[in-house]
Structures are given as C-alpha cells and as structure tokens.
Write a protein that binds this ligand. Structure first.
Ligand SMILES: *Cc1c(COP(=O)(O)O)cnc(C)c1O
Length: 495
C-alpha cells in the first residue's frame, strides 16, 4: 500500500545535557606560559561567570553532531516540496542570495550619505519601476516589511485620499474567502468590516457587492486569484460598481505568482495593492522574516505614499521628504533592503519571458495536482484554478479521517503538510500550492502519497488518525505549543 515512502532520519537524539560527561571539553589549549591570574582580579568580579549549574560537557564532535542531527528534524524547502497554499513556498535560486551578499550592498548603512548610496538607491528605483510594470500601476513604495504591513499601508492611503476629499468613510468590504489579515487590517485602519458572500463558483457575488456598496464604504479588499485559487473574472465589473460610489478596489496581491507576466491588476481596475516579495519574488520565508510587502498605487494615491520618496536629480538620486499629503513613515529607514536586492535579481534574471513562463508553470503544476487527485478527494469549488487548488476531506470524513489527520500523515511520507482548514468557507479544507519550482517527479511523489493516504483512510483509518508515526513527537496541543513553548531544560525534570 505505502509506495515510495521517504522517511525522516531517525529522531532519537537525546538532549545535550543527557550526553554530557564531567570533564569533557570541545577545546584544547597549550600549557600556560605566563603567570596565572585570577580572572576576577584581572577583570573585576562582575565580569566573571563562575559556575553554570548543569552546564553540558561534551567533545567537539559530539556538539557538532548533536546540532547537525537536530537541524535535520526541520523540514525545509531545500529538502522537498512545501505545498502550503496561499503561501508560495517556492525554491529560491541561490544566485539571488549571492547578489544580496555583495559587500557594498550587505554592508550599506542607512545613515551613510546619499552620495555613497547611489547604487543602493538605483536598485530601489529599478525595483519600483519593475514592480510598477508588472502590476500595471503608476507608483510603488518599498517600505512595508510584509504583506499585512502592506495592507495596512494601502488602506491608510485609501483613508488619506478619501479624507482629503472630506470623508474617510466607515466600512471596508471583505469577501468570506479572504485571508485573515484583510479584516484585521481594516480594523487597524479604523474601519468596520462587512463580509461579502461568495457565490457557488467561489467568486465575489456581484449582486451582493452592489447591494453592499454605498457612500459609507471606503474599499473592497479582494484577493485575486482568491484563496480558492479562482481568478475573479468579474473584477472589472466589481471595480466599476465600487468606483461609481466613490469607493476603492484594494487587491491583496499575495497570489501574484499566478498573474506575473500574464495579467496586470492596473489593467483590470485595481486602485491599490500589495505584493509579497517573500512569496512571489524569491526570498526564503516561513521563519518570521525579514520580508517585504511593497504597495503599488494608481496615480491619484501617489501623493499619499510613505516618506521618503526616491527622486532623480541631475546630481543623482536623493530622498524626497517634502510631501505634505504623505501618510508619513511606515517603517524605519527604507524597508528591508536585502529582500529588494533578491527580488530585483530574480526579476532581471528571468526577464519578461522568464517571469511569464514561471507563472504558467505554477498554474500548470497546480492543475496537474488537481486533475490527478480529483478521483480521490472532494473538490468543492469546480471553477478552473490558477496556482493552487483546494480539496476537502468530505470523502475521508466518512471514515473519521479529517484534513488535519491527512496533513499529519503526509509527514510520514516525507512531505510538509498542505494548508489545513483554510479558506474558512471550505469545511475540512486541504489547500495545496505547488509553485513552479517543483518537477513532475516531485509532484508525482506527493500525489502518490496523497492517493496512498486516501486508500489508508478507507482500509486503516486509525493509522491516519494517529499519524505522524515517524517523528519524535506526534501531536502536540498546537495552541499551547505556540503560546507556551518549552525551550529551557530544567534539571529537576531529568529522570
Ligand atoms: C501571506 C498572505 C498575506 C500576509 O502576508 P504576510 O507577509 O505574511 O504578512 C495576506 N494575504 C494573503 C492572501 C496571503 O496569502
């Protein structure tokens, strides 16, 4: 039944404290050839650490091997497919890391004079221009540090623009398929949130939208393609409905991996949007940053962009602070520069044709998975998908096997789980985004694993329900583990 199982290395590593033996050292020094001095006398008592209770004593080889083995417990994009939906966990070419580490860039200091920063400023300007071209928008700020930060910046721009016309308005419309950051952003920007129902195709229902838009509505926040992986084909009409009432269309561009080089939000009515450079444009993510969430706007929102703006003068680039309508800074200095370097390297290395090819491969890979898994898993929304597909656990649930169980069982097959239970409008959701960087071979391994798990759900549901079986710990209480992680070794807990 289980085919092509790839297991993690054995995970029976003891704590460093458990392999400790008194007197072991990871170093060896030559005999002292100067008079011995009491460090407390030489340095002062306050600078000397006497005894550390329970400090582990191991050899160099033991220390190196211990931490190297621990490092293999983590799943990483360098180990295999990372199919988290709405995340674009793609492989990031190493050459972009090399570009970000070029000495003059990696060591540039935000306080160094503009005359010494011309290269860095040129890179930022070139990236702004490339992103404006890719999105079809008029201007870009690189300052926000992540997607959610870009959302907040974008909605603050909308607010400032509306306020400049006399009324910032009260509400933001958010579809029921939206990422959780969208309603959170609206609240943080001082707006009430109103939910918009999706239709049976998983798209925004235009009649519901038209009924909801009035002079109190500041904007609709729409992800396109949305979190079902479905392209909102009626987005032009949605934009018209909003604009007719003076409201704005905000696009959550986290899923731009499905559009780059093919379709431009600026061409289908979007007023303001953010990009996730750490998703679409080649920066490793998942470890908590740094990221970058540039915001692209149409010309009417440009005067409100964060300070400073880059300006080209006959003497070179300079930072422009004299912008009375700006919403001000949203981040210290200029944003996460290293991420920008990677993004520009990625864009220039691909070129227009390469970016388009990457998008088409991402869509092809998702549809390949969708087609091959359709016989085994329920597909609740049948509209054609773009870069990700969303199944549900409906068929497996009849055997008491839920999306979380299937995800945990994938770990035994050597894969990172897909996104579990999101989007919320699909009960038991299994959201899969393969990205363009996966080969057919890797996709087939993943698909075979999921087919095998679907069969296990019928023949041996308990096996799936109790997974994972190949890891050191099986299922932890995820809320407690996240909120109260046990990171410190306590001597009294040693048995
Ligand atoms: C990832 C994501 C975000 C948030 O981006 P962060 O960089 O994690 O803040 C917002 N919306 C969607 C649809 C996303 O997938």
């Amino acid at each position: 039944m289980i085919r092509k199982v790839r297991r993690h290395p054995v995970q029976n590593e003891p704590l460093l404290f458990e392999i400790s033996e008194p007197g072991k050292r990871a170093w060896q020094l030559p005999a002292l050839d100067v008079p011995e001095t009491d460090p407390a006398v030489a340095l002062g008592e306050g600078h000397v650490r006497r005894e550390i209770e329970g400090f582990p004593e191991v050899s160099e080889a033991e220390a190196v091997r211990h931490f190297t083995r621990l490092s293999t417990w983590n799943y990483a994009i360098d180990l295999g497919l990372y199919p988290l939906g709405s995340c674009t966990m793609k492989y990031n070419p190493r050459v972009n890391e090399a570009a970000a580490r070029v000495e003059g860039l990696a060591w540039a200091h935000p306080y160094q004079p503009e005359s010494l920063s011309q290269g860095a400023m040129e890179i930022m300007a070139a990236l702004e221009q490339a992103l404006a071209e890719i999105t079809g928008m008029d201007a870009v700020t690189l300052q926000p540090a992540a997607g959610a930060h870009g959302e907040l910046t974008g909605i603050l721009l909308v607010r400032a623009w509306l306020a400049s016309q006399g009324n910032p308005r009260k509400k933001i419309l958010v579809p029921d398929s939206a990422h959780g950051t969208n309603p959170a952003t609206a609240r943080m920007a001082g707006y009430a949130v109103e939910n918009i129902r999706s239709n049976e195709l998983g798209m925004v229902d235009l009649s519901v939208l038209a009924a909801a838009v009035n002079e109190d509505v500041a904007a609709l926040m729409l992800t396109n393609p949305n979190t079902l992986g479905v392209f909102e084909t009626e987005i032009v009409r949605a934009a018209e409905i909003l604009h007719a009432k003076g409201a704005q269309l905000y696009m959550d561009g986290a899923n731009m991996n499905a559009l780059v080089g093919i379709a431009r939000p600026g061409d289908f009515g979007v007023d303001v949007m953010h990009l996730n450079l750490h998703k679409t444009f080649s920066t490793p993510h998942g470890g908590g940053g740094p990221g970058s969430g540039p915001v692209a706007v149409r010309a009417h929102l440009e005067p409100f962009l964060p300070l400073p703006r880059l300006e080209k003068t006959p003497e070179g680039w300079r930072f422009q602070y004299d912008r009375p309508q700006s919403i001000g800074r949203v981040k210290a200095f200029y944003g996460n520069f290293g991420v920008m370097v990677r993004a520009l390297a990625y864009i220039l290395a691909h070129g227009a044709e390469g970016l388009k090819a990457a998008t088409m491969d991402a869509v092809l890979n998702a549809n390949y998975i969708r087609k091959r898994l359709e016989p085994y898993y329920e597909l609740p929304h049948r509209a054609p998908t773009m870069h990700e597909c969303v199944f549900s656990d409906q068929r497996q649930a009849r055997h008491g096997v839920r999306t979380m169980d299937i995800a945990k069982r994938l770990i035994d097959y050597g894969f990172h789980p897909y996104t579990v239970s999101f989007p919320l409008i699909v009960p038991g959701a299994m959201m899969i985004e393969p990205t363009e960087t996966e080969s057919k071979r890797e996709l087939d391994l993943f698909i075979d694993a999921l087919i095998s798990i679907a069969q296990e759900a019928e023949t041996d549901p308990e096996l799936v329900r109790s997974a994972p079986h190949s890891t050191r710990t099986a299922r932890v209480d995820e809320v407690t583990a996240a909120r109260r992680p046990v990171l410190r070794w306590k001597p009294q807990q040693q048995s």
